[in-house]
Write a protein that binds this ligand. Structure first.
Ligand code: ATP
Ligand code: MG
Length: 309
């Protein structure tokens, strides 16, 4: 486990920003850290980046404990905050050279490393531009370039796609996919779940300092389902089929919708085969059956209590 928090708690005065958070991220994972404004995402990331001390509980990165072993953690991580720092009157290349030197990367190695990260982040053509003149998307990529200089194992990215236009978002996502392919472990925060869907395999949903969900994306969808629903179409006599299904104990409700029967299963019933069997025994010809899909947006809305659909 490359990142682990155990009962991590952070208070700002009376406000509990993180409440007994236990999070585990495996090496090589791309983990989406999702939650509405004020959920505690930045607080967690700042603790993992060793910039903030927990009130109690423990955070570990590569086995080292934040606080006691912060100096061992820093070379292993690349932290991109949700704002862009100073030094904006520098030229892109100088900017990266400056940070490379601060990691004790010098001479020929520095030239090579700076060239490499410029290429990886698609900024080579901007190497002579003043940082301040870059677009927001380019600045975000430059922030990532900066934390790649020392080749960290873990990237902690706080909303790297916020404020970007759709095209820049896609470019950012491609860059992160590439970094993931290179073997980096990535923790990326966002307040929108669908944005991370094709990037992250695992997600954690945080609300008011508590983890509501932690696991694979497809499990979120399953969990967010308010009972399983099936769309069914029979060849004819659909109203009769509806009546029959309604009487089945595994079925909660049947509605007719656009030529379909929308069958809502009783709680804890997910298997439709008994209903199929019953329809066949009663000589209905089934044209189509499919389980209703819950998209990530809906799943997210249902899981985060604060938001009403
Ligand atoms: N330095 C601080 N002093 C006092 N309260 C703070 C401080 N930093 C954060 N908080 C509070 O802690 C809670 C969590 O904040 P945090 O910035 O971690 O949330 P977030 O999930 O990153 O939100 P956002 O999506 O808006 O970035 C909020 O209620 C915030 O007001
Ligand atoms: Mg934040």
């Amino acid at each position: 486990m490359i990142i682990q928090t155990i009962n991590l708690t952070k208070r700002y005065g009376k406000l509990v920003a993180l409440n007994n958070l236990s999070l585990e991220i495996e090496e090589g994972e791309c983990f989406g850290y999702i939650g509405p404004n004020g959920a505690g995402k930045t607080t967690t990331i700042r603790i993992l980046s060793t910039l903030l001390q927990p009130t109690w509980g423990e955070a570990r990165v590569c086995g080292h404990v934040v606080g006691y072993e912060s100096r061992k953690i820093r070379p292993l991580i690349g932290y991109v905050p949700d704002y862009f720092g100073a030094y904006e009157d520098m030229v892109v290349q100088e900017y990266l050279e400056f940070f490379a030197s601060s990691y004790n990367i010098t001479g020929k190695q520095r030239n090579r490393v700076v060239g490499d990260v410029l290429e990886l982040t698609d900024l080579s053509y901007k190497k002579d531009a003043i940082v301040d003149s870059l677009s927001r998307g380019m600045k975000q990529r430059l922030s990532i370039a900066r934390v790649l200089l020392h080749d960290p194992k873990v990237l902690l990215l706080d909303e790297p796609a916020s404020g970007l236009d759709p095209r820049a978002r896609i470019e950012m996502r491609e860059l992160l996919k590439e970094l993931h392919r290179m073997g980096k472990t990535i923790l990326i925060s966002s307040h929108i779940l669908p944005e991370l869907a094709d990037l992250c395999s695992t997600v954690g949903i945080l609300e008011r300092g508590e983890l509501l969900f932690h696991g694979p994306i497809h499990d979120i969808i399953r969990q967010a389902r308010l009972g399983t629903r099936f769309h069914v179409r029979v060849v004819d006599q659909q109203p009769l089929a509806a009546e029959l299904l309604t009487r089945h104990p595994g079925v909660k409700k049947v509605e007719q919708e656009d030529g379909y029967l929308l069958v809502e299963m009783a709680d804890d019933v997910h298997d439709f085969s008994a209903m199929v069997e019953m329809l066949i025994q009663n000589r209905f010809k089934i044209r189509e059956i499919k389980e209703e899909e819950v998209d990530l947006e809906t799943a997210f809305m249902r899981l985060t209590k604060g938001i009403v659909q």
